[in-house]
Design a protein around this ligand. Structure first.
Ligand code: FMN
Length: 358
């Protein structure tokens, strides 16, 4: 037998009747499927324990995961080969703790709320692959590394060194947060996964067959930044927030990498290096977005890729064929040298004079 417990959050306020209905349907289905357990609800949080034959538990949990009355579902424990039921008499006992003022139940209410809050905090630091594993009752540390085809996506801020040199740390952090928010939304919105922020750089990946989506995400970021620059007050550093974007495709190893003390779920491989190197080339190529030939080959005929040439990516023997697309968003208005000077000039005007800082 299998026993599984999870917590989740109401996706919207649910009436007493709606919760009772969940209980009724659960009792009917579970009695039919030989499933037993308990469902606690309190302060907008569900906590449920399900026990029964493994296949049937997997089926019901699949239905529960896709139920839109709750979200942020976190599997707390998934046990196999369980010999005895803890709730043999309950096909699904619903206990509404909000209806119960018993002081003895107070600590349980607090425990559930704390668990829910901790989960929300941890979720924002955790890659979605790891969260998905946890939510499905799989220990993410047990996920074996696997080879997959990925499109690797790198972006970073142009003249970030000048920005950090000229601005106060809080202003730099605000600027980074604006940039990271735009990137995370655009990348997730197109089905990609942000794997890490490295200083001012964002590393993300898309499935190998999603070249269109990866390019669309890049253009979404450039379009959002243009709006941000135009709408920012004249003395804002956001007026000179420009980025380079580089994409490459290849087979990478995806999985847990690190020491037994600290692990990271990420991707490793040559495509990662190439994406990072060609992203750096955006400066010399006077483009805000470039991609390798391997990405171009996966694009649909919606695009008209422009070949920029063959280049030696730093530290690599092999030559990389680099492409871009002709779009107002990807082309520099003048050239990179002039852009860098404009950024420096703007930062000089808006930053606090050095004598004041001293
Ligand atoms: C918090 C929560 C717990 C649930 N627990 C169960 C359950 O134990 N058994 C069950 O069959 N459905 C449960 N459901 C309902 C399922 O998500 C799904 O709506 C139902 O199984 C569909 O049943 P039907 O195909 O008979 O309509 C639960 C839903 C929620 C939101």
């Amino acid at each position: 037998m299998k026993r599984l417990s999870y917590i989740s959050t109401f996706s919207r306020p649910l009436t007493k009747k709606e919760v009772e209905n969940i209980g009724k349907v659960s009792q009917t289905n579970n009695a039919r499927d030989g499933i037993t357990g308990v469902l606690l609800c309190c302060g907008g949080i569900f906590f449920q324990i399900l026990e029964g034959e493994e296949k049937r538990i997997n089926n019901v949990y699949k239905r529960i995961l896709s139920d839109d009355r709750h979200d942020q579902i976190l599997c707390l424990k998934s046990e196999r080969n369980v010999l005895h039921r803890q709730f043999p008499e309950w096909s699904m006992e619903v206990i509404d703790l909000d209806e119960n003022n018993d002081m003895l139940l107070q600590p349980i209410k607090i425990l559930l709320q704390t668990l829910g809050e901790s989960h929300r905090i941890l979720a924002s630091y955790t890659p979605s692959e790891v969260l998905q594993a946890i939510e499905s009752g799989i220990n993410p540390l047990a996920l074996a590394p696997r080879y997959t085809d990925k499109i690797i996506f790198f972006t970073d801020i142009i003249s970030f060194t000048s920005i950090t040199e000229r601005l106060q740390v809080t202003e730099v952090v605000n600027l980074l947060n604006e940039f990271f928010t735009i990137c995370t939304k655009a990348i997730a919105g197109r089905g990609g996964e942000v794997t890490k922020f490295i200083g001012d750089c964002v590393m993300a990946y898309f499935d190998g067959n999603c070249a269109d989506a990866a390019l669309d995400a890049g253009l979404d970021i450039l379009a959002e930044l243009e709006i941000l620059r135009n709408q920012a007050p004249p003395d804002s550093p956001l007026r000179v927030l420009y980025v380079g974007i580089g994409l490459s495709k290849g087979t990478v190893l995806e999985g847990n990498i690190g020491s037994y003390l600290k692990k990271e779920y990420t991707v490793i491989g040559d495509a990662v290096n190439v994406a990072s190197r060609i992203e750096a080339m955006t400066r010399q190529l006077n483009r805000f977005l470039v991609f390798s030939d391997s990405v171009r080959l996966g694009l649909s005929d919606r695009w008209r890729p422009v070949r920029l040439g063959d280049f030696h990516a730093k530290g690599r023997d092999e030559i990389v064929e680099v492409y871009s697309i002709d779009d107002v968003l990807t082309l520099h208005k003048s050239d990179f040298h002039k852009l860098k000077l404009d950024i420096k000039q703007h930062l000089k005007l808006i930053s606090i004079p050095e004598e004041v800082l001293v």
